[in-house]
Design a protein around this ligand. Structure first.
Ligand SMILES: O=C(O)[C@H](O)[C@@H](O)[C@@H](O)[C@H](O)CO
Ligand SMILES: [Mg+2]
Length: 382
């Protein structure tokens, strides 16, 4: 079998799908994208794709190493997201060719279900009580919300109290009947993270995510030393070579590699295994589309240390399309009691409505995240 063509489709709300075709009629799909930089990743996919034409899609490990090492420069969000989507599509082809789901090729199921969590509250945490109440009616009991709005390097008690009050309201309304992670979203400086974590400790969030930016990773062990709340990060780390440093330094209780940013299934199963060796949990980051989620689930179901799975149903970013709009086998993604079951169809387990993808790709939006500024006019982390 030989790879014959790579086709990319930028799509609402802010996703990109990749179709890899072969000379034997089997095609595979992947989701290479950096939210807000889709065209850069698209260029990288086609740049890397030039060397794939005529190659055997079954040699996933060799293709991965060629994509990662052959260009001298390596790593980073654009190249690793391009590699991720290509890798997902190659695993999809392999599974479809052999008639088995990818998790079967990775050694079979390590669990029967995986807990999902849902976003509430949007960019600026608001109406979280109503959002939680609505999702509880469909069996969701685990949530994530932004931990705060803009936060200056040194900010006021008023801002700290606003963040704490949101969390206090959640515990007041629901007690320990629900769990929630707080995503600081990289908005918070190290000094303010120390203070916020201290003030939030009594409310026992399930985890605190990206308490500081990935480039401040040296603070993870220091922040972890001051709190009992699990610290999570990983969506802005792109290979096992980055994750090894935070595992060696300690401090992270949960790694959140993104299957569409960190080199795909081939790389993320290795990251998962590294984390397990340090007794660190795996919770793949996934605010994206169905192919990214399917790739996450393939890894979740073969990783002993997978703890819960992000999914984008109802996320504030999904304007113009929802998680399963382009999926034919929607029922396979049904959650029961807030948990996903393994995807049973061959490959990634996703049947894509190709005609709809082609149609919706014709005027795809060029999504950008907002540029926030502090009251003094300086750039604020979004
Ligand atoms: O945890 C999450 O889902 C992420 O922080 C998410 O909000 C961002 O990755 C966003 O997709 C960037 O455009
Ligand atoms: Mg996050």
């Amino acid at each position: 079998m030989k790879i014959t063509r790579l086709t990319t489709y930028r799509l609402p709300p802010r996703w990109m799908f990749l179709k890899i075709e072969t000379d034997e009629g089997v095609s595979g799909w992947g989701e290479p994208v950096i939210e807000g930089r889709a065209r850069s990743v698209e260029a990288a996919v086609h740049e890397l794709g030039e060397a794939l034409i005529g190659q055997d899609p079954a040699r996933i490990n060799d293709v991965w190493q060629v994509m990662y090492r052959s260009g001298f420069y390596r790593g980073g969000p654009i190249l690793m997201s391009a590699i991720a989507g290509i890798d997902q599509a190659l695993w999809d082809i392999k599974g479809k060719t052999l008639g088995v789901p990818v998790w079967q090729l990775l050694g079979g199921l390590v669990r029967d279900k995986i807990k999902a969590y849902s976003w509430v509250g949007g960019d600026r945490p608001a109406d979280v009580i109503a959002g939680i109440e609505k999702l509880r009616t469909i069996g969701i009991d685990t949530f994530k919300l932004n931990g705060c709005e803009e936060m200056s390097l040194i900010d006021s008690s008023r801002k700290v109290d606003a963040a704490v009050n949101t969390v206090a309201q959640i515990r007041e309304a629901f007690g320990n009947q629900i769990e929630f992670g707080l995503d600081f979203h990289g908005r918070v400086s190290a000094p303010m993270a120390k203070l916020l974590i201290h003030e939030l400790e009594p409310y026992r969030p399930l985890f605190i995510e990206e308490p500081v930016l990935a480039e401040q990773a040296e603070y993870y062990p220091r922040l972890a030393a001051q709190t009992h709340i699990p610290i999570a990060a990983g969506e802005r780390m792109y290979s096992r070579f980055e994750f090894k440093r935070v595992l060696e330094a300690g401090g992270l209780a949960i790694l959140q590699p993104d299957l569409s940013h960190a080199g795909g299934i081939t790389e993320c199963v290795k990251i998962a295994a590294m984390a397990e060796a340090y007794d660190v949990g795996l919770a793949p980051h996934c605010p994206l589309g169905p192919l990214a989620l399917a790739a996450c689930l393939q890894v979740d179901f073969v990783s002993h240390n997978a703890v819960f799975q992000e999914q984008s149903m109802g996320i504030h970013y999904n304007q113009g399309a929802e998680l399963l709009d382009y999926v034919v086998n929607k029922a396979d993604f049904a959650m029961n009691d807030g948990m996903f079951s393994p995807l049973l169809k061959p490959g990634l387990g996703v049947e894509i409505d190709e005609a709809l993808v082609i149609e919706r790709s014709r005027n795809a939006p060029d999504w950008r995240n907002p540029l926030w500024r502090h009251v003094d006019g300086s750039v604020a982390e979004w």
